[in-house]
Design a protein around this ligand. Sequence first.
Ligand code: DC
Length: 225
Amino acid sequence: MILPNIIAIDGPAASGKSTLGRRLADALGYLFFDTGVMYRAVTWAALQRGLDISDEAAITALAEAIVIDIRPPSQPDGRACDVLADGLDATWGTRAPEVDANVSPVSAYAGVRRALSLQQRRIGLRGRVVMVGRDIGTVILPEADLKVYLDASAEVRSRRRFDEVIARGEKADYERILAGVCNRDQIDSTRAVAPLRPAEDAVIVDSDKMDADQVFQYVEALCRK
Ligand code: DC
């Protein structure tokens, strides 16, 4: 049996791409690479430095200069990996609500995408990789051997995000999460450069009526076909 060497998983915010990608990478012994983390790290660093998110030139210069590193977890606090931005630990910072609110405009800048895409493609071409994002199958690695587009309605995705926050013992507002998810969908799918859309040869998986186990089993079976 020949397994797909490069697996691309794309889809909208909170569709379960990372959960699926991580499990698949574990099952196959592949590298898991969540490219959204890179856009989040640039956004986090921009906010830390007090940059104006609407200043495209400044944000692009930052994306070109910053060194983003993904390392094995250094703390037993539930993190899957360390995210370092110019050597600083940005792991939880990249998940903060301010980053959620600002990452879509940052990722719409052509220069930011150019800077990060080059690094993503270089890592992906090494193979034995499950790469997760918005444009992996369409732009970063169009030669991927298996392309999955994981979709779900905005309501179902927001409900899952809401449940995750509540499970962490934090407060959450469903309507606010839904508004944020819809806003990010709108920006991600209408931007001029590399908009969110399924590749022509992607397998579209609608997870509205599937739980995480069912999605994993379905995609794992595609890999082993
Ligand atoms: O998957 P995520 O929520 O961590 O992604 C954060 C943002 O980065 C999201 O608004 C879309 C953007 N992104 C992108 O444009 N291209 C990618 N390959 C990955 C993420």
